[in-house]
Design a protein around this ligand. Sequence first.
Ligand code: PRP
Ligand code: GUN
Length: 178
Amino acid sequence: MKQIKDKNFVPFIESVALQARIKELAQQVNKDYEGKNPLLIGVLNGSFMFIGDLFKSIDIECEVTFIRVSSYQNTESTGQVKQILGLKEDIKNRHVIIVEDIVDTGMTMQEVLGQLASQKPASIKILTLLYKPEALKVPLKVDYVCFEIEPKFVVGYGLDYDGFGRNLDAIYVLEEEK
Ligand SMILES: O=P(O)(O)OC[C@H]1O[C@H](OP(=O)(O)OP(=O)(O)O)[C@H](O)[C@@H]1O
Ligand SMILES: Nc1nc2[nH]cnc2c(=O)[nH]1
């Protein structure tokens, strides 16, 4: 069990399982994007650890960059999705893969997808570590998913509770909700 601030979290997805599934997904990207020089766009902060491991297992020609957009405080959505910050690359005619740690309500991805699509990339897909299909509040196609999970609050491996817990090497879930 891990205590983070006022809450207790219990093991949910262990590190070995995470790493094995990430390698599988990387193989899929290698296959689907061979010769296409995709641009992986990681959404900070949560995706930093995931994209690091994913990127190491992608062995085709590819590039990586990061954007920032924040919509969450505490354990529930504030409903405010901000602007994309930090994208310096020209994505016109590029094959773009947006890399997220989690798709929950889908509002962040809907916003990011819309803003990036308006820059006319050759293709644009969403790749996420975790996906809560039952929590989705907007229509969204999530193209690559490592793990579909129930709509419970999780931390670790980049995901935080109020800023903490990102450094855990596995995914933990709120104890009360297990
Ligand atoms: O599908 P949604 O309901 O929009 O939620 C998903 C978003 O919430 C988290 O980001 P957060 O705003 O917590 O920022 P962080 O990555 O810096 O922790 C996560 O990294 C996603 O970007
Ligand atoms: N840490 C964390 N951030 C989220 N953002 C959207 N859903 C979640 C979640 O379950 N955990």
